[in-house]
Every structure is written in structure tokens, then in C-alpha cells.
Design a binder for this molecule. Structure first.
Ligand code: CA
Ligand code: CA
Ligand code: CA
Length: 295
């Protein structure tokens, strides 16, 4: 089986699926543009879903040959089909279809623009936003700035960057480094205020919206940085973050008026637990609505 394009169920004739190819079946029109696959037409019925299968997986099994496992990637951009032998699960044939999702994910306007020289925003929260153990910090951002060596742009932070100083160290922070990587982490509550940061391998000053998220699970000590819904690196800390009274600040250093962000930031979220990888992917894919600090 080698299917370069999707197949659509033909409601007019269920025995002749419509192929979205440029071949002879040219009647296909689909203004939605989604990726799809219809499993089975004619012959046997679909097996009922038991509710035990993972999301986005459909099965059909005729026991003598095998079954077709269909998956859609968490970002909705790739559909994969694997025809698996029933007896031992080996792959008999497979295909995948992908579409470009560049620039399509952000859908949360309005946003806030930061001029990179003086703008920042301290959300008027009344709760103590210190994170003494597990947490998640996330935000969407967009920038084209090429930072000079030694200059870091803060997306969101509480406690900030600078020399180790009790009461001012990083409780949690997301930033763009001088090589335009996404960076996240904190300084721990030990006497040395050791740093626990992780940076992405890719740069993100491409002028497109991206989503950065940082999670810390105090039970495992794992710090995970996510960019655009997928893990971009991990670090660990057995000691929890330092907490302090510095402001929750968006767009500049929490402990000094510097490290200004140039570009757009939106949908900043601070959660007092480590969201799972699938929850981070859900946020990136618009599954879970959250409140908007500034619209
Ligand atoms: Ca918004
Ligand atoms: Ca640079
Ligand atoms: Ca430190």
C-alpha cells in the first residue's frame, strides 16, 4: 500500500472511496483542507471501540490478515497508517501524510507588544505566585530580535537573573538567550542557589508565534522545557526552587529593569503543579482554554 494522499468516504457510493489525488478521480473538493482517512468500505464492519485505545487510534481487524492502526500526531499535522499483522503485530505496510502547520497554532489575539527597551508588565495578581515545589510556567511569544552576546530577554519570571542574592534568585523563568534559544529553569533553595536551567537546541526568533512551557515535578526532580508542545530538553533538581517576594514579571527581569523582551507575548500561565506532556500538547493544540491575563 502506498497512498500519498488521503482517501475520503464517498457518500454517493460507499464502495468507491474518493482519493484526494491528482489522478482520475478529480471530483474531490474539500475546502476544509483537513487530513483524514476513511477505514474500511464494504466487506467487514468496524470493530467497536472498547474505550481502551489511545486517543486518535482506530482499529479494524479481520483476524486473518491484520489490522489498520491509524494515528494522528498530537499537533494534528501528521496522519499515519500502519497495517499490522494480527498474530504478532509486525508491520506489513505503512504510510504517513503530513501538512505544514507553520504559523497556524497561535489563535489567542489580542496579545501584548513589548518594545524591548522599557516595556514590562506585572500582572495585578493578589495571590502569592511563588512556586515552592512543582509548577508549570508557559507563554506564547513572537520575536525577530537577534540578541547581542550576553543579553537575555525575559518572557516571564519571578525572581530574576543576576548575581546570586538571597530573596532575589530565580523562582521560575522563561527567556530567550543571546543565541535566541528558549531557556527555562530556576535557582534552588540550597545555600549555594545552584542553577537548574535548560535551553532548546533550536533558535526561535523567526517572527512566528511559539509556545514555551517549563515544568518542574518535585517528586521526580525533573525539569522539562517544552517548545511548541514538544519536549525541547530536560534538567533535574532534587532541591525545590527558591521562593521570594520579587514580582511576577512579563517582558523584563523580575529583579531589575533590564533584559527587556522585544516582540509579542500572550497567554502567560503559572500553574502550581507539573502539567504532563500530553497536557502541554493539549494547550498548544487549543484543547484546554485558560483565562487571559491581558486579553
Ligand atoms: Ca490573548
Ligand atoms: Ca544573538
Ligand atoms: Ca545561582
Amino acid at each position: 500500500m502506498n497512498v500519498p494522499y488521503a482517501i475520503k468516504y464517498n457518500y454517493g457510493n460507499g464502495f468507491s472511496p474518493i482519493k484526494t489525488t491528482t489522478g482520475t478521480l478529480s471530483t474531490y473538493t474539500d475546502p476544509e483542507g483537513e487530513i483524514f482517512l476513511t477505514v474500511g468500505q464494504g466487506g467487514r464492519s468496524h470493530y467497536q471501540w472498547t474505550g481502551l485505545q489511545p486517543s486518535w487510534v482506530a482499529f479494524r481487524d479481520n483476524t486473518t490478515n491484520g489490522f489498520l492502526q491509524v494515528t494522528v500526531s498530537p499537533d494534528g499535522g501528521t496522519l499515519s497508517g500502519n497495517y499490522l499483522k494480527s498474530s504478532d503485530g509486525t508491520t506489513i505496510d505503512s504510510f504517513s501524510i503530513s501538512k505544514s502547520l507553520s504559523g497556524l497554532k497561535y489563535d489567542y489575539a489580542p496579545y501584548r507588544t513589548f518594545n524591548g527597551v522599557s516595556d514590562y508588565f506585572d500582572p495585578p495578581v493578589t495571590a502569592d505566585m511563588s512556586m515552592p515545589s512543582s509548577f508549570t510556567a508557559s507563554a506564547w511569544f513572537k520575536t525577530t530580535k537577534n540578541n547581542p552576546t550576553g543579553v537575555e530577554e525575559m518572557i516571564v519570571n519571578k525572581g530574576g537573573i543576576g548575581l546570586d542574592r538571597l530573596g532575589e534568585n530565580m523562582n521560575y523563568g522563561l527567556s530567550i538567550t543571546d543565541s535566541e534559544k528558549v531557556k527555562g529553569g530556576f535557582e534552588d533553595s540550597g545555600t549555594s542557589n545552584n542553577d537548574h536551567f535548560v535551553s532548546s537546541s533550536a533558535s526561535y526568533n523567526d517572527g512566528n508565534w511559539h509556545m514555551a512551557a517549563l515544568t518542574y515535578d518535585s517528586t521526580t526532580g525533573v525539569i522539562t522545557l517544552y517548545v511548541d508542545g514538544s519536549s525541547a530538553g530536560i534538567n533535574t533538581s532534587l532541591l525545590p526552587p527558591e521562593t521570594n517576594s520579587k514580582p511576577l514579571r512579563i517582558g523584563a527581569n523580575s529583579r531589575a529593569n533590564n533584559s527587556y523582551f522585544a516582540g509579542q507575548i500572550d497567554e502567560v500561565q503559572i500553574v502550581s503543579r507539573a502539567l504532563s506532556a500530553s497536557e502541554i500538547a493539549d494547550i498548544y493544540n487549543h484543547v484546554m482554554p485558560f483565562s487571559e491575563p491581558f486579553g
